[in-house]
Ligand binder design. Structure first.
Ligand SMILES: Nc1ncnc2c1ncn2[C@@H]1O[C@H](COP(=O)(O)OP(=O)(O)OP(=O)(O)O)[C@@H](O)[C@H]1O
Length: 263
């Protein structure tokens, strides 16, 4: 790498991950994945069920190690839990007995961040995700979209350089999903954190990403990486009419259709 090139946020180097199935047979969940994720970029992972997308996210978070190969985070080999990432899953996992404010601040409490600083940082992310006025509500008092906002705030509060998002909006209805996609883009355009976002929805991937990584199955592997050169800020209604959008959509759709075939 020359001195002018930036160190990637993540560098996956020839990653293979094997698991044991319920019948105790070893199988390859992810094979020979080599991929760089640029710092500050928005990357979507897309592919059929079981192709290893979550496995790769778990490795990025340091919750799982590769059987072969290595994950480098900001130039350093990753070993152990990656404290530089916020992880947001499909299920919000908000604790029902804690208020919004206390749910969001939980990581700071664990880190023993002093109370005044904790309050300040929690208030800042609450404002950022548009939950001002709801700090003292309990999760059951929030709408689905507000719960998403709360889990987004919880992922942001300790200032990670990357957000790992595993189908975060999968369970939302179309309108709410659209609102949350726009909200996420607004926050990303403000902070330019690196985002790795797993989705099954091709439109969502093209709307959000700078780069789309397409996975295939049996074994899980990367079959294609697509750069998305569409201008930002992106307006979905206009975007869908653009020829570039249509070309990307068709190319990736075909790949996804074929991605479940054994190579
Ligand atoms: N801890 C584990 N033990 C055994 N097998 C596992 C484990 N974690 C994942 N797998 C298997 O590895 C394969 C890849 O799983 P993974 O969850 O990464 O896929 P995915 O692409 O995220 O799927 P989906 O889109 O359905 O969430 C699947 O066959 C899954 O059953």
């Amino acid at each position: 790498m020359t001195s002018t090139e930036k160190t990637p946020e993540f560098s996956f180097r020839n990653i293979t991950r094997r698991f044991r199935s319920s019948s105790d047979k070893e199988f390859v969940a992810l094979e020979s994945v080599s991929l760089d994720i640029d710092s500050g970029s928005f990357v979507c992972f897309i592919g059929p069920s079981g192709c290893g997308k979550t496995t790769l996210l778990n490795m990025s978070a340091g919750l799982l190690s590769p059987s072969d190969g290595a994950v480098h985070f900001r130039g350093e080999p990753l070993s152990g839990v990656n404290t530089g990432v916020g992880f947001i899953t499909q299920h919000d996992n908000l604790l029902p007995w804690r208020t919004v404010e206390k749910n969001i601040g939980i990581a700071l409490e664990i880190e023993k961040v002093p109370r005044a600083e904790r309050r300040r940082r929690v208030a800042e992310v609450i404002e950022l995700v548009g939950l001002k006025g709801f700090a003292h509500q309990y999760p059951s008092q929030l709408s689905g979209g507000m719960q998403k906002r709360a889990s987004l705030a919880r992922g942001l509060v300790y200032g990670p350089s990357t957000l790992l998002m595993d189908e975060p909006f999968g369970a939302l209805d179309a309108q709410l999903r659209f609102a949350m996609q726009n909200e996420l883009l607004r926050i990303w355009e403000r902070d330019r954190k690196t985002i790795i976002f797993v989705t099954h929805d091709l439109d969502e991937a093209i709307l959000l990403a700078d780069k789309i990584v397409v996975f295939g199955t049996r074994p899980g592997r990367v079959v294609h990486v697509e750069d998305v050169p569409l201008e930002r800020p992106r307006e979905f209604a206009e975007l869908r009419l653009s020829p570039v959008y249509g070309e990307i959509w068709e190319r990736l759709w075909k790949l996804l259709e074929n991605s479940e075939e054994t190579p």
